[in-house]
Design a protein around this ligand. Structure first.
Ligand SMILES: Cc1ncc(COP(=O)(O)O)c(C=O)c1O
Length: 448
C-alpha cells in the first residue's frame, strides 16, 4: 500500500466505518480496510495478536505485521491459569479418548452428553440455582437469553457499559432499549418509573454485569434486585469476569454481596476462568430453562459444547471449589494488588477495584496507539482498548492477571510499560508541535 499517513493512523475510530451505504456490499468495506492497513503499516494496529505457545505469564506472541516475539503476557483471559493446568489437561485427554471431540448435535436434539448434563448440575449447585442451560459461548448465552425471553413490546433497561452480546441481544429483541448511567441506581429507578408510569402491560428486563471488564467495578446487586421487585421487572446479571475467580469461595460478587440464589437470571462465560469456550444461563424456573432450550436461538440452533469442553469446565469447577482453587484466587489477587501498587507508584491512572482485570487509563487514543507500538520491542504483551469500546479520550490497557505471573514478571512489565507511556506522550507532543507549526509530519523514523 502506497499511502502512509500518521495523521490518519492516529485519528478516527472503528465507529467511523459502522454505517455502510451504497449498492456494492463488498466494496463498501474497503475504507475500513484502508484505514486499518495504514495503521498496521505504521505499527499502530495492535489487534488480532496470536500466541505462539500456551498463554502463560511469559509466552511467544505475534501481531499481524511484526516478527514474533517473546514477552511478559498480560493479554490472556485465563484468570486462574487453568488452561494449562495438568489436571485439566489430563481430563481433556481422557475424554477425547473416551468420547471423541464432538457433541454432534444441539441440546434441543441429541447433542447433550453425560458431561454437559453433569456440568449443568454442577453450575446449578454452585450458584444455588435450580436450573442451568449451556450455550456454545458466553456471547451466545448473553444474546440468546435476551432474544429468547424479550419481545418487541417489552423493555430492556441496561447498564450503558454492558457487553456487546447483551446489547446485541436486546437490540434484536425490542426497539425499547434504555441505557442507564453506569452503576447508577438512581438512573435505573428513573427509567423504571418512566416505563411503568405508562406501561404495565409488558415485561421489563434489567441487565447488568457483576464485574465490568473495562472498569473493573461492580453494581449493588441487592439494590438492583430490589428495584426490579418494586417495578415488576426481572434482573439478568452477567458474571463472566468474576465467577470462579473472586471471593474466598469463588462465587464472585454475587457471593460476596450475599445474593447467591437470589438473582432472577444469572448468565456467564467459561472463557475467562474455566479454561474453555462456552457459556450458561442459570435460573430457578424449569419453564424458563425449557423455553430457552427451544426459543433461545443461539442454543437451539447451534451444537452444544463438545464433551471435551463440558468435562474440562466441570473439572475447572472442581478446582475452583477446592482448597487449591482458593489458593489460586489468593495468588491471583496478590499479584493483581502488586501490579496495581507498582503501576500507581509510576504515576499511572488505574480504574476500579482489585480483580483479575487491571485497567490502566492512558487517555488520548493517539497516545495509546503509540504506546502499543512500542510494546513488542519491550517484550510486553498487553491489550489496548479504545473508543468505541470505551469512552472517547479514555483509551486504556486492560491488563489481565494470572496466578502464574511472578513478581519479576510484574516488575519487568511495569518498568517497560511506564517507559513506553512516557516515550509515547513525548512523541505525541512532538507530533502535535510539528503539526501546529505546519511541518510535514513524517511517520516514525523506524518505519520502512
Ligand atoms: C461480560 C461478558 N459477557 C460475555 C462475554 C462473551 O463470552 P465468550 O468469550 O464466552 O463468548 C464476554 C467476553 O468478552 C464478556 O466480557
Amino acid at each position: 500500500m502506497a499511502y502512509q499517513s500518521l495523521e490518519a493512523a492516529l485519528t478516527g475510530s472503528m465507529r467511523d466505518f459502522r454505517e455502510l451505504k451504497g449498492p456494492d456490499l463488498l466494496g463498501r468495506v474497503e475504507d475500513f480496510y484502508r484505514w486499518q492497513e495504514n495503521r498496521r503499516q505504521l505499527g499502530l494496529w495492535s489487534y488480532s495478536k496470536s500466541t505462539e505457545e500456551a498463554p502463560l505469564g511469559v509466552c511467544a506472541a505475534k501481531d499481524e505485521t511484526g516478527p514474533g516475539y517473546r514477552g511478559v503476557n498480560f493479554a490472556s483471559q485465563d484468570y486462574l491459569g487453568l488452561s494449562s493446568d495438568p489436571e485439566i489437561k489430563e481430563t481433556a485427554k481422557a475424554v477425547i479418548d473416551e468420547y471423541g471431540v464432538h457433541s454432534a448435535g444441539s441440546s434441543a436434539l441429541a447433542g447433550n452428553t453425560k458431561y454437559s448434563l453433569k456440568l449443568e448440575e454442577t453450575i446449578s449447585e454452585f450458584l444455588k440455582a435450580r436450573h442451568t442451560i449451556l450455550y456454545p459461548t458466553g456471547w451466545a448465552a448473553g444474546y440468546g437469553v435476551i432474544k429468547g425471553l424479550v419481545r418487541p413490546d417489552d423493555h430492556v433497561v441496561m447498564d450503558g457499559l454492558s457487553h456487546a452480546c447483551l446489547q446485541e441481544g436486546a437490540l434484536s429483541a425490542t426497539p425499547n432499549v434504555h441505557l442507564h448511567g453506569h452503576l447508577n441506581l438512581g438512573s435505573v429507578r428513573r427509567h423504571l418509573q418512566r416505563i411503568r408510569g405508562r406501561n404495565t402491560e409488558n415485561a421489563i428486563l434489567v441487565v447488568t454485569e457483576s464485574l465490568f471488564s473495562m472498569d473493573s467495578d461492580t453494581p449493588d446487586l441487592a439494590a438492583l434486585q430490589e428495584l426490579c421487585r418494586e417495578f415488576n421487572a426481572t434482573l439478568l446479571v452477567d458474571v463472566a469476569h468474576d465467577l470462579g475467580c473472586i471471593g474466598a469461595d469463588g462465587r464472585g460478587f454475587i457471593g460476596k454481596q450475599n445474593m447467591l440464589g437470589k438473582i432472577d437470571i444469572v448468565m456467564g462465560s467459561f472463557s475467562k476462568t474455566f479454561a474453555s469456550n462456552g457459556g450458561f444461563v442459570a435460573c430457578n424456573s424449569p419453564a424458563v430453562r425449557q423455553y430457552l432450550k427451544f426459543y433461545g436461538c443461539s442454543a437451539t440452533f447451534s451444537n452444544t459444547l463438545s464433551p471435551v469442553q463440558a468435562a474440562t469446565v466441570a473439572k475447572a469447577f472442581d478446582i475452583v471449589r477446592s482448597e487449591r482453587g482458593r489458593g489460586l484466587r489468593e495468588q491471583m489477587m496478590e499479584r493483581a494488588m502488586l501490579l496495581r501498587e507498582m503501576l500507581e507508584m509510576e504515576g499511572l491512572h488505574l480504574l476500579g477495584i482489585p480483580s483479575a482485570i487491571v485497567p490502566v487509563v492512558v487517555g488520548e487514543e493517539a497516545v495509546a496507539r503509540m504506546v502499543s507500538r512500542r510494546l513488542p520491542r519491550l517484550g510486553l504483551v498487553a491489550n489496548m482498548v479504545e473508543f468505541p469500546a470505551v469512552a472517547k479520550g479514555n483509551a486504556r490497557f486492560r491488563l489481565q492477571v494470572m496466578p502464574g505471573h511472578t513478581r519479576q514478571n510484574i516488575a519487568d512489565f511495569v518498568e517497560g510499560f511506564s517507559a513506553a507511556v512516557a516515550a509515547a506522550q513525548s512523541e505525541y507532543q512532538d507530533y502535535l508541535a510539528a503539526k501546529t507549526a505546519g511541518k510535514r509530519v513524517r511517520p516514525f523514523a523506524d518505519v520502512a
